[in-house]
Design a protein around this ligand. Structure first.
Ligand SMILES: C[S@@+](CC[C@H](N)C(=O)[O-])C[C@H]1O[C@@H](n2cnc3c(N)ncnc32)[C@H](O)[C@@H]1O
Length: 251
């Protein structure tokens, strides 16, 4: 460890970046140079798995008719979901090049270009949605609280929110390291008006579970994380909306 460093690091990635390097501030995501990942079979399988999970565990169970996906990328997951659920109203928000791919491929649904790096201007969207999806998105933005606050205002009492975020053990890089530890994210969502209902592992594993348990055991901030999700590439967490008082509970 460098003598001058004054913080701990869980992964090498935490030593590499300043916030100006974060993708969220750059317009070139999903341009010709970075779009290639969509052709990788691993990603296609991942979206297949996610579409099945969302369809079976959420859409069918909770009578979902309207969906908003934030930080959707070019929309591959949305097409897989709509293939099996053609009557959904499906809206997506991402950056310019993601929309270009979406439009060039005549994808179903409607994509909006908005800058979500520090907040979320909801103009042009529906008054509310039955389901919000943020699939590996919240950990990228500089103001997740701003996103969560605005999102609350476009949900109704029965809305659900599926938050997926990478297991920190895979070396992902975060603006707010620790916020996405399982218990902390449950707390973050709670104070923004959403209670956890369920959680799911991904189809991809980081490494054998025994190896993970030794090399990167559970943290105190992961007490609620099911053991079976310790080696899961992603953590999928389903939240339901709860009523919060406009002026909180300060009185
Ligand atoms: C890790 S990718 C996830 C993409 C997709 N949900 C998936 O699972 O493949 C994060 C996404 O958030 C989008 N994003 C990041 N910062 C953004 C911003 N400031 N405004 C709009 N979208 C943003 C990126 O363009 C990208 O599509």
């Amino acid at each position: 460890m460098e003598k001058t460093r004054s913080y701990t690091a869980r992964t090498e990635n935490e030593l590499k970046f300043d916030f100006t390097d974060f993708d969220t501030l750059h317009e070139d995501e999903w341009d010709e140079k970075s779009i290639g990942r969509l052709d990788e079979p691993m990603w296609d399988k991942r979206y297949d798995y996610e579409a099945r999970l969302i369809t079976e565990a959420i859409l069918y169970k909770h009578n979902i008719k309207t969906v908003l996906e934030l930080g959707s990328g070019p929309g591959i997951l949305s097409q897989k979901i709509q293939k099996d659920n053609p009557n959904l109203t499906y809206h997506l928000v991402d950056k310019e090049y993601a929309k270009k791919y979406f439009d060039d491929n005549n994808f179903e649904g409607k994509m909006f270009v908005k800058d979500l790096s520090t907040g979320f201007d909801t103009s042009g969207l529906l008054d509310n949605y039955d389901l919000i999806i943020t699939n590996d998105f919240l950990e990228h933005v500089l103001n997740p609280s701003g996103i969560a606050r605005a999102t609350y205002d476009i949900t109704h009492k029965d809305s659900k929110w599926l938050v997926s975020n990478p297991n920190w053990r895979m070396g992902h890089q975060y603006v707010y390291r620790g916020l996405f530890d399982f218990d902390n994210l449950v707390y973050f969502m709670h104070v923004h008006g959403f209670s956890i209902m369920d959680c799911f592992a991904s189809s991809l594993k980081i490494a054998p579970l025994e190896q993970i348990k030794k090399a990167a055991p559970k943290l105190a901030s992961e007490s609620q994380l099911p053991d079976s999700m310790l080696d899961s590439w992603n953590h999928y967490m389903l939240f339901k909306r709860r009523e919060i008082e406009k002026y909180g509970t300060r009185n």
